[in-house]
Design a protein around this ligand. Sequence first.
Ligand code: CA2
Length: 152
Amino acid sequence: MAQRPSILILNGPNLNMLGTREPHIYGAETLADVQALCLAEGERLGLEIDFRQSNHEGELVTWIQQARGVRSAILLNAGAYTHTSVAILDALTAVDLPVIEVHLSNIFRREPFRHHSYVSMAARGVICGLGSHGYVLALQAADRLLRAGTRP
Ligand code: CA2
């Protein structure tokens, strides 16, 4: 049987705190709940899911680099690094994979410093403001892109 496409889902700093504070912004689910949603949707779509979180910019960069030639697509919620990290942008640009950017909150309804994303420059699409359902939608979008065989 052919191998299933492998999707790397990366979560940046403080997303391990989901469900513990600020539920009015980020929802009441924990990151483990979001992971379970993604695994279920991956199963439904026939995708292998590798779901990770790190509070360290360099670790995220390393994981992105390691995805080259191994993964089929990357879903990324880079947390606050979204708005600051040229290093993550450079890694995403170099990896030559379709990238979908996800945010739980609608970053455009929040503070002005959240309105700019370095990640977006390397992303095929951006989903924000729909909570954990955004991850499910991003997986569906990745599946569709991969089936269409489009380039990053
Ligand atoms: O809306 C998103 O998904 C964000 O990427 C979340 C980041 C934020 O810096 C971005 O601007 C938008 C922050 C994640 C922090 O999550 C927490 C959850 C609960 C308690 C504390 C932090």
